[in-house]
Design a protein around this ligand. Sequence first.
Ligand code: SAM
Length: 184
Amino acid sequence: MGIEEVMREIEAESSKGGKFLPIVGSVKGNFLYMLAKVSQAKNVLDLGTLTGYSALLLSKCVGKDGRIVTVENDKTLFEEALKNFKKAKVKNIRPRFGDAKEILRQMKDRKFDFIFLDIWKEDYVKVLDDCVKLLKVNGLLVADNALWDEEPLKEWRKSIFNHKQVVSFLVPLGDGMSVSMRIK
Ligand SMILES: C[S@@+](CC[C@H](N)C(=O)[O-])C[C@H]1O[C@@H](n2cnc3c(N)ncnc32)[C@H](O)[C@@H]1O
């Protein structure tokens, strides 16, 4: 199977039989793809693998000479994602199992061009400083669900707009995405 076919399968599975798996989906996915493409991202960090949809999308975007590190802390979902990566025959995805907060702290010397943040919302603010540290200057940090009217997202919006090392804006696409560029 090709990447697109596996992504379509994940999309179909995510809403089958009354179940709901919160993948980024094709509309916000196209925006994510475009941002990563125009910024010529090659080293990408995908936080919150779920069953692999966003990692596959970004894998297609960066091509064979790019790298995606994707992080998931739920064993069942992680294993499901591994199966999907195998099915799609991708070679540029490096899956990591564990808590993003811990893994980010262990990766201090890595420099990414692009980070997609899509973990549980109460962890967003907790990983902000480490994400900025791991981002190259001019690199982009994109966070999903940025317009939710809930405390962790209110806190997130406040934190990115007050952060001295990034400039940020909100994109009113679906339930929102925030885009922050590291400036120093
Ligand atoms: C919204 S889903 C990610 C969707 C995925 N980005 C996509 O578009 O297909 C969030 C995922 O992040 C995982 N997660 C939540 N908090 C995490 C954390 N602190 N570290 C690692 N994974 C986390 C959840 O288990 C879940 O699978």
